[in-house]
Design a protein around this ligand. Structure first.
Ligand code: ADP
Length: 387
């Protein structure tokens, strides 16, 4: 009998599970706010409710064997009551608890002995200037909860701006040192119910205004660095007793030091290349893990791959047919279009992966530039490649 899998969140991350759902014969039921959300079209059944609506999750639980997450902005306290009543969440809620608040997540990493940027939780009772006395500018301010795609992350250059943002908001913040990284890296790893672990090749990611623009797989790093990152992944997965896919974001400094920035307890944008460029996608691997199936091969099936996000740059209801066709005409390109009904600046509308038989950096940058030139108006094209 096929497994009935509930998923909290019906965005593109759930939508990209479509092939794996069919392959593994899983019945998918989504809890998502709107009928227009991408994964509604691939689900057998949908419950239209906000992600953090635990009463809706209780209804979802009655229809499913297992519940997983495409979005971690859930009401953990309310879900815990369901878990106590026997609802099976994978990853289990104890693996989510330490990571939903960015400050608590950082404390967790530090206790595990992982390398992290200097950070502290801002208190509203004390003078801000005193609290950040050891940091210096620029400084990075982050909302402790519900930040994503750079929403809630601010790179700040002076005390006046810092005070203004904090005073105008009720949000709880952490601050951290600005890391002058040479590159940003990410790794996707999975752990099964039996504790088996598989890891994808480390990738290089590039963020502009805190939003991921593109990913290159594999990252050009030393074997030592690669092993160090894999060891970080093992440590995190095992200590959290994690089940499913975990995305880990890292900073690589010019002196070769690696710092952990943050983790995402779900499939991750930096792993979208796996759909086309790896033996098994992160989406299939996640389903395998949470459904109690054995994990499978994570190797690249090409020499290298580049994934470029197609971000909204205007408010529009266009489906961008012409640009999508031009992108699809690039040799060895695969365009994934999420079918969203409205475009807004910064919104992830789709992505494109281009496979390559070589890993010449100039050629890779040329492809990224070609994609961005087709997709964006001239003033939005990113010219800023890390050296
Ligand atoms: P989000 O959860 O919104 O993605 P992140 O912590 O991943 O937030 O930050 C988004 C981006 O902001 C990072 O990928 C990086 O480019 C930049 N950033 C975040 N923290 C720092 C830092 N301490 N130093 C320098 N840049 C940072």
């Amino acid at each position: 009998m096929s497994i009935k899998l509930g998923i909290i969140g019906g965005g593109q991350l759930a939508w990209m599970m479509a092939d794996a759902v069919n392959k593994l014969g899983v019945k998918l039921i989504v809890q998502t706010p709107s009928q227009n959300d991408p994964a509604v079209s691939i689900a057998q059944d949908s419950i239209f409710a906000p992600i953090n609506d635990a009463a809706a999750t209780e209804i979802l639980a009655r229809k499913c064997d297992i519940i997983t997450f495409e979005n971690e902005f859930v009401n953990l306290a309310a879900l815990s009551l369901l878990e106590k009543k026997g609802v099976c969440f994978r990853p289990q809620l104890s693996a989510l608890a330490p990571v939903l608040d960015k400050y608590e997540q950082r404390c967790y990493f530090k206790e595990l002995g992982l390398p992290v940027p200097e950070f502290l939780a801002l208190s509203r009772e004390q003078e801000i200037e005193l609290q950040i006395a050891n940091f210096g500018f620029p400084i990075v301010l982050k909302a402790r909860r519900h930040g994503y795609d750079g929403q809630g992350t601010f790179i700040i250059r002076d005390i006046a701006t810092l005070s203004k943002i904090i005073n105008q908001s009720q949000t709880q913040f952490l601050v951290e040192e600005f890391v002058p990284f040479q590159r940003e890296l990410a790794i996707i790893a999975a752990r099964s119910v039996n504790g088996e672990i598989v890891i994808y090749p480390t990738v290089e990611t590039f963020q502009e205004n805190q939003v991921c623009r593109w990913v290159i797989a594999p990252a050009k790093i030393s074997q030592e660095q690669s092993l160090e990152i894999e060891a970080i992944a093992h440590k995190l997965l095992n200590s959290l007793q994690y089940v499913g896919i975990l995305g880990i974001e890292l900073f690589l400094k010019a002196d070769g030091t690696i710092l952990v920035n943050e983790i995402a307890p779900r499939t991750h944008n930096s792993g979208h290349f796996t759909l086309d460029a790896c033996a098994t996608s992160q989406f299939e691997q996640h389903l395998r893990a949470v459904c109690g199936l054995p994990l499978t091969n994570t190797t690249l099936n090409c020499h290298s791959a580049v994934m470029v996000n197609l971000l909204g740059y205007e408010i529009s209801q266009s489906d961008y047919q012409k640009q999508r066709q031009q992108l699809a005409d690039i040799p060895q390109a695969i365009v994934h279009w999420y079918g969203k009904t409205e475009s807004r600046p910064g919104r992830k509308l789709g992505h494109i992966t281009v496979l390559s038989d070589q890993d010449n950096r100039n050629a890779v940058e040329g492809i990224i530039h070609q994609i961005e030139s087709i997709w964006y108006p001239p003033e939005k094209i990113c010219e800023n490649f890390p050296k």
